[in-house]
Design a binder for this molecule. Structure first.
Ligand code: PLP
Length: 416
C-alpha cells in the first residue's frame, strides 16, 4: 500500500473563510458544515496505518446519512450502540453483516429491532445477562464478548466498580462467558474492549497498548477460535492548536506488538478520528456586551447546538470569519449562547478580533459529537447540516422549524 499524502490534521485556520462565509449566507446559522472529502481522507489515513485491520465506524460520533454513505463506500463497517443507529446504518446501505451492535444495557425494544432487522449483525454483549436475553429471544448468531479492560492503579485484578463497571465483563470471567455462549449455540466470533476516548499523546498510546495486551491475554486463553479482536476506538484529534496529532504509526505498532501471537483479525472502531476535523460549526454574533472582564459575544449557537463545552468542559477553537478580522484589535472574548443556563458558554476567554454584531464565527472540530448531541432544550430547533463533496455543497439535514418542536405532542393545535 502506498503512503497517503494527506495532512495529519485539518486545523480551523486551514478552512477557507470566504467559502464558509458564503455557506453561512446561503444556508443561515447556526450551521454545521461537514466535509465528506476530509472524512474520506481520514479513513484513508487510518486504513494506511492499519492495513490489515477491519475498520468499523462508531456511528454515534456522527450518524448523518451522507457521512455514513461516505464511510461505507470507503470500505468501513459500522459500530452501532442502539436500534436507532442500526436503523440509520441500514438506511445508509451497510450490509447487516458489516454491522457490530454494541449492546450496553440494551432496552428490550432495541434487542427485538436489531435481531429482526439485522440478524446477520454481530452482537457485542457487555454482560452475561445480555447473553441470556439474546438466548431468550432465540438468537444464536454472531456474538462477541465485551471485556472490561481496566485495572486500578497498583492492582493486578480488575477493579471496575460503579458506573464504569457497566461496560463489559470482567477479564477474569471472559473465558467462562465465551465458553458458556459457545455451549449455548451462539456463533462466538470475537472479543472487544473500548477503553475510552481522546487518545492523543505517547502516554495515551502506552495506556492503549496495556489495554490491548490484556485483551490479547484473553484471546490467547480463549476456549473458542476467535475470528477477531476488536480494540475499540478512542483515537483522538487535537482540539487545541498547540496539540500535535496522534501518531497513528506508533499506535498501529503498539497495537500490533501487543497482539503478537494472536491469530485473529484486528478490528478498530474509531468515531471521532474520522469525522471531527471534517466539521465546523458556523454561528452568528447577535449581541456584543462589554464587561469588566472579557467582551461577551452572544451567538445563535449554544449548548443545544454543540454540547461538548457545557458537558465536558471541552475546548473548541473559535475563529472570526469577519472580512476585516485581520485589521481589528484583539480582545479577550467569551462566546456565549442563547440558552438560559449559566453553562451555556461555547468558549471562554479567547484572544479574538473584536466581535461585532453580524460577524460569523467558526467553531472547529465540530464534526464529531456535535449534531448528534444537539437537543431542542429551550425549544430551540436543531440546526441545519450542509455536506461538502467534490468542490460542491448540498443541504444534508434541514434546519428544524418551530412546528417541529411540538410535532409529537398530543392535544395541541395540530390535533384539533
Ligand atoms: C464511543 C465508542 C467508540 C468511538 O469512540 P471515539 O472516541 O469516537 O473513537 C467506539 N466503540 C465504542 C464501543 C464506543 O462506545
Amino acid at each position: 500500500m502506498t503512503a497517503v499524502e494527506v495532512p495529519a490534521v485539518r486545523r480551523l485556520a486551514d478552512w477557507s473563510a470566504p467559502s464558509l462565509r458564503e455557506l453561512a449566507d446561503e444556508y443561515g446559522t447556526p450551521l454545521y458544515v461537514q466535509d465528506l472529502d476530509r472524512v474520506r481522507e481520514n479513513y484513508d489515513r487510518l486504513a494506511d496505518a492499519f492495513p490489515d485491520a477491519r475498520v468499523h465506524y462508531a456511528v454515534k460520533a456522527n450518524a448523518g446519512q451522507r457521512v455514513l454513505e461516505t464511510l461505507r463506500e470507503a470500505g468501513a463497517g459500522a459500530e452501532c450502540a442502539s436500534a436507532g443507529e442500526v436503523s440509520r446504518a441500514l438506511e445508509a446501505g451497510f450490509e447487516p453483516s458489516a454491522i457490530h451492535y454494541t449492546a450496553v444495557n440494551p432496552p428490550a425494544r432495541d434487542l427485538e429491532y436489531v435481531l429482526d432487522a439485522a440478524p446477520a449483525a454481530t452482537v457485542v454483549a457487555g454482560a452475561t445477562d445480555t447473553v441470556d436475553r439474546l438466548a431468550d429471544r432465540g438468537f444464536d448468531g454472531r456474538l462477541a464478548v465485551r471485556v472490561h479492560p481496566r485495572v486500578g492503579a497498583g492492582h493486578s485484578e480488575d477493579v471496575a466498580t460503579g458506573a464504569d463497571a457497566k461496560f463489559g465483563i470482567p477479564r477474569d470471567r471472559a473465558a467462562a462467558a465465551l465458553r458458556d455462549a459457545a455451549a449455548r449455540g451462539f456463533d462466538v466470533v470475537g472479543i472487544h474492549a473500548h477503553a475510552g476516548s481522546g487518545m492523543l499523546t505517547a502516554a495515551d498510546v502506552a495506556a492503549h497498548r496495556e489495554v490491548v495486551e490484556r485483551l490479547a491475554a484473553v484471546a490467547r486463553e480463549a476456549p473458542v477460535d476467535l475470528e477477531f479482536v476488536d480494540v475499540g476506538g478512542g483515537f483522538g484529534v487535537p482540539y487545541r492548536p498547540a496539540e500535535a496529532p496522534l501518531d497513528l504509526g506508533a499506535l498501529a505498532d503498539a497495537t500490533r506488538d501487543a497482539l503478537a501471537g494472536v491469530d485473529a483479525d484486528l478490528v478498530v472502531e474509531p468515531g471521532r478520528f474520522l469525522v471531527a476535523d471534517a466539521g465546523v460549526l458556523l454561528t452568528a454574533v447577535n449581541t456584543v456586551k462589554r464587561t469588566a472582564g472579557p467582551t461577551l459575544a452572544g451567538v445563535d449557537a449554544g449548548m443545544t447546538t454543540l454540547l461538548r463545552p457545557a458537558l465536558y468542559d471541552a475546548h473548541h477553537e473559535v475563529r472570526s470569519l469577519a472580512r476585516d478580522a485581520g485589521d481589528r484589535p484583539q480582545r479577550d472574548v467569551t462566546v456565549v449562547g442563547p440558552i438560559c443556563e449559566s453553562t451555556d458558554v461555547l468558549a471562554a476567554d479567547r484572544r479574538l478580533p473584536r466581535p461585532e454584531r453580524g460577524d460569523v464565527l467558526a467553531v472547529g472540530n465540530a464534526g464529531a459529537y456535535g449534531i448528534e448531541m444537539a437537543s431542542q432544550y429551550n425549544s430551540r430547533p436543531r440546526p441545519a447540516v450542509v455536506a461538502l463533496a467534490d468542490g460542491g455543497d448540498e443541504l444534508a439535514r434541514e434546519r428544524e422549524s418551530l412546528a417541529d418542536l411540538a410535532a409529537h405532542e398530543h392535544g395541541g393545535p395540530a390535533d384539533q
